[in-house]
Ligand binder design. Structure first.
Ligand code: AMP
Length: 272
């Protein structure tokens, strides 16, 4: 695997290749990332993976500095998965050029995580837009775990008529319930068990809404059940119609339950 730190070298590497598949990550690689990479490898195009912990998408310096980083372990995994190229830029390499496109922020960016993390999605799109201009990938692999992010990147690509196709990938979970996340290493065993219980409750609630043909969805009981497990802070838990991107009212809408909550100091998000 080629490890490239500068975009001029990356552009050189890409020049001779036909089609590029791209998997952007912030490192601290786990089975979720692995799934994206394996899916991308199936396409048999040249595969570029990036590792860049993007300071612009963090809301606090502390969260940024404590974000899990383990470059050596990540490189070993990427080598094992036969990735063609790791792009591991520094801050300057990403931000020292003027982009052709401005970012397009769909109003859905103000909902869910956007309500609680001001500037987060601007930060994400700023970097993704730069990656798209440097790499010009044919295929971009994104996890449904960050569903809101996936939708917003899709809206940006559509709005700017960028020639990149998003390949959405299923969420990979620990013991069938807890989504793998780089931040999970900050959880102890008890906290992991609590998180698993919460995701089970959410999955069950969705099942009950559909089974009982609920016409006026309310998630208040679910919230109380989660607080009863000792959780101190739920940021949001909402049923969202994923086509209309609005609160879902009825069981037969195409909806997912989106949530963000804290287990002690660790913020977890999911959609089921
Ligand atoms: P991150 O390194 O957290 O920025 O994630 C990089 C990519 O991996 C994003 O497209 C995420 O949605 C995706 N991802 C993160 N966790 C998972 C997971 N548990 N299952 C599938 N994809 C994931």
């Amino acid at each position: 695997m080629k490890i490239i730190r500068q975009k001029k070298d990356l552009k050189n590497f890409i020049k001779s290749k036909n089609t590029i598949s791209f998997v952007p990550t912030m490192g601290g690689l786990h089975k979720g990332h692995e799934q994206l990479i394996k899916q991308a490898k199936n396409k048999k195009q040249t595969l570029v993976v990036s590792i860049f912990v993007n300071p612009k998408q963090f809301n606090s310096k502390k969260d940024f500095s404590s974000y899990p980083r383990n470059l050596k372990k990540d490189i070993n995994l990427l080598n094992k998965l036969k990735v063609d190229c790791l792009y591991y830029p520094n801050y300057k390499d990403i931000f020292n050029f003027k982009t052709k496109n401005k970012i397009y922020l769909h109003p859905f960016s103000k909902k869910l995580c956007g309500k609680f993390r001001p500037g987060h999605f601007e930060g994400v799109l700023n970097v993704v837009n730069r990656f798209l201009e440097i790499i010009k990938p044919k295929f971009l692999y994104l996890g449904k775990k960050d569903f809101q992010q996936l939708i917003l990147i899709k809206k940006h690509i559509l709005n700017k008529q960028i020639d990149t196709t998003i390949v959405p990938c299923e969420t990979i979970r620990f013991k069938k319930f807890l989504p793998f996340s780089s931040r999970n290493i900050h959880l102890n065993n008890n906290e992991i068990n609590s998180a698993i219980k919460i995701f089970k409750l959410i999955k069950n609630e969705k099942y009950e809404i559909k089974k009982n043909k609920i016409k006026n969805i309310s998630l208040n009981k679910l919230k109380h059940q989660i607080y009863d497990l000792g959780i101190k802070k739920i940021e949001y838990i909402d049923a969202i119609n994923i086509k209309k991107l609005k609160i879902a009212k009825k069981y037969n809408e195409n909806f997912k339950i989106f949530c963000a909550f804290y287990i002690n100091k660790v913020r977890l998000i999911d959609n089921i």
